[in-house]
Design a protein around this ligand. Structure first.
Ligand SMILES: Nc1ncnc2c1ncn2[C@@H]1O[C@H](COP(=O)(O)OP(=O)(O)OP(=O)(O)O)[C@@H](O)[C@H]1O
Ligand SMILES: [Mg+2]
Length: 595
């Protein structure tokens, strides 16, 4: 998915795939086709009627005939209007419908992709896929594919009509065509370059904005505003300049076509006028030719414009299809295995190896078992792979070697929803969605009723703070839960986990940045949460996991020690060192944080 894809203007493989989206709308689009043909015929008929009016009625003084012809002319105009109306209406609605389908498809696929994909693809880029790239395709359906057909039809029709009326005058009118061809080629070549550049810059603007708005507090903290502003200015100015440069091509192209059209008109008047004196062409033909030549150049400039739309759509579809074709690597197998009935959540890591990229292994040959109801603590230095353990257990990433079993069943053979549904995960950084407190606890699960929400909140001591909020459980929560404190979000996450009644509980750094009073609350809440549940708790602070049934010590991706707090201390190994370091810190920090 490269922003630099220039793309061919026309790619039959892509087009074939795009046309699939038109298939459900074939009936209405055929009607649109008919209206286009109708519109083109009306366009063609008008100059011809003019010629008839002049040569047959005006020069002969047949006013009755002239009136009839005028009525016919009016009727044709009305018919042309109806054709235009239906064409616009049908094509625009179809475009909107296709856009809706595509967006659902892209978003649906996006949701199923694994985290490895999101590690590699910035948010800004993915947003572009779902928004403006899909828009570009809409243009294609609404004003591209089908109407190009109309333009071509009009062009050929006019050429034939002119040749039939007077082939000699037609050749005169066509004298400017090589000039048109040259100007159009020049325009297309340059507009395409500019277009690619502009797309690139827009993508960069988006990415920059996304990154710096998300990180606005860091920008402000380090007084980076002026520098950030300048960086933004560099991209923005470039965007302006490239656009201005591209305006030049447009500003030259359209007037140039106009001039050539006028030139053609002048030739028709001059040579045609001359020939009409000699009786080679009639005055009516001359007037009809002038009208035809005006109509002739319009579709030519339209076609160039549509060429750009086509190009944009090809680039957009290339990217969208690349996204849709990204294989979903982590999914439920066709016939998922079931856990044995009555199983209570036994976790086993069996010689697990894992690397985020290539063969830079983050976990090496990790094996351990957590029996049902057992509480396991995991400690280790920063970057030792603790969070990675959790990500693998939830199958956010796939193990490279070895396997992970829940109740004896390899998680790769299980239904993904089963695996994730049985595990309650509480992370240090709790993600909140915009909505209410209650909606954030039940997360869209309709079967979790208000009473359960309240019971869960009360059990983890979240109720007092929730009830103090204006609106209580219906208090609004903004995006990312920006108006809640970290401790409050933590408590809500506990309530969320409890409401879902998972059989396995996974905590990652759950209690690391909370004041002492809240910590007491949280420790109590944790006891409620862990009761009867297999628990895997990751902590930096040893105080939180001291009374776990067993503690593992991870070191650079390897399992180094395992045992109870007392056993590990007695070994005087890594754990002992960690403990001593922390104990010293706690003493230095004063009694408030000592445990
Ligand atoms: N998404 C990722 N892509 C590539 N490498 C990653 C990714 N996430 C983590 N890593 C790397 O994997 C290693 C283990 O990371 P992990 O998050 O598991 O550590 P951790 O033990 O949880 O650390 P901490 O105590 O700081 O939370 C680190 O070296 C880290 O740089
Ligand atoms: Mg971590």
């Amino acid at each position: 998915m490269n922003e630099d894809i220039v793309g061919k203007a026309y790619d039959s493989r892509l087009m074939k795939r795009l046309l699939v989206y038109l298939r459900p709308h074939v009936a209405v689009v055929s009607i649109a086709f008919l209206t286009i043909v109708g519109g083109a015929l009306v366009d063609l008929a008008q100059p011809w009627l003019t010629q008839q009016a002049i040569d047959r009625y005006i020069t002969t003084g047949n006013l009755g005939g002239l009136l009839r012809l005028t009525m016919l002319f009016l009727a044709l105009l009305l018919f042309g209007f109806a054709c235009d109306y239906f064409q616009t209406f049908i094509l625009q609605t179809t475009g909107q419908r296709i856009m809706h389908t595509l967006r659902m498809q892209v978003y649906g696929h996006l949701q199923r992709l694994d985290l490895k994909f999101f590690d590699r693809n910035p948010v800004g880029r993915l947003m572009t896929r779902v928004t403006s790239d899909v828009d570009a395709l809409n243009d294609l359906f609404a004003s591209g594919v089908v109407t190009v057909f109309g333009d071509v039809l009009t062009l050929t029709g006019i050429m034939i009509a002119m040749l039939v009326m007077s082939w000699r005058l037609a050749l005169v009118a066509f004298v400017v065509l090589p000039g048109i061809a040259w100007v159009t080629a020049w325009f297309r070549r340059n507009a395409r370059e500019a277009y690619r550049e502009i797309r690139n810059l827009i993508a960069r603007l988006n990415a920059f904005l996304q990154e710096h708005i998300t990180g606005i507090s860091t920008v402000q903290l380090f007084a980076e505003e002026p520098r950030t502003f300048q960086k933004f200015d560099v991209i923005n100015a470039r965007h302006r300049d490239v656009n201005i440069a591209s305006i030049f091509f447009y500003a030259v192209f359209y007037p140039a076509i106009e001039i050539l059209a006028a030139l053609s008109g002048a030739l028709i008047i001059w040579i045609g006028g001359w020939w009409s004196q000699e009786g080679i062409v009639s005055v009516g033909v001359l007037v009809a030719f002038l009208q035809y030549s005006r109509r002739f150049f319009q579709p030519i400039s339209d076609l160039s414009e549509k060429f750009n739309i086509l190009q944009a759509a090809m680039v957009a579809s290339e990217r969208i299809f690349a996204l849709l074709d990204t294989p979903v690597e982590i999914m439920t197998p066709a016939a998922p295995a079931r856990r044995p009935a009555g199983a209570r959540g036994r976790i086993e890591f069996d010689h697990v190896w894992f690397a985020y990229e290539g063969d830079r292994f983050v976990l090496r040959d990790v094996s351990f078992v957590v029996e049902p109801g057992q509480r396991l603590g995991v400690v280790g230095a920063t970057g030792s792979g603790k969070t990675t353990l959790v990500s693998l257990l939830l199958r956010f990433y796939e193990v490279n070697r070895g396997r992970i079993l829940i109740d004896g069943v390899d998680i790769r053979t299980m239904d993904l929803a089963d695996v994730r549904g049985m595990i309650g995960l509480v992370l240090q950084d709790v993600h909140m969605f915009s909505g209410t407190i209650a909606s954030n606890i039940r997360l869209g699960r309709a079967d979790i009723d208000d009473a359960t929400v309240r019971r869960a909140a009360a059990a983890v001591h979240a109720a007092p703070f929730i009830e103090a909020l204006p609106g209580g459980y219906d208090a609004p929560v903004v995006e990312r839960g920006a108006t809640l404190s970290t401790g409050q979000k933590q408590l809500l996450a506990f309530a969320r986990a409890l409401a879902f009644e998972p059989s396995v509980l996974v905590l990652d750094e759950a209690t690391s940045n909370i004041d002492t009073a809240t910590e007491a609350l949280i420790e109590d809440a944790l006891k409620v949460l862990m009761a009867g549940r297999t628990t895997l708790a990751i902590a930096h602070r040893l105080s939180t996991i001291q009374d776990m049934d067993r503690i593992l010590v991870l070191h650079k991706g390897e399992l180094r020690e395992s045992g109870t707090h007392q056993e590990l201390l007695a070994r005087r190994g890594l754990y002992h060192r960690l403990y001593q370091l922390q104990f010293r810190d706690q003493v230095l920090a004063g009694p408030a944080t000592a445990s």
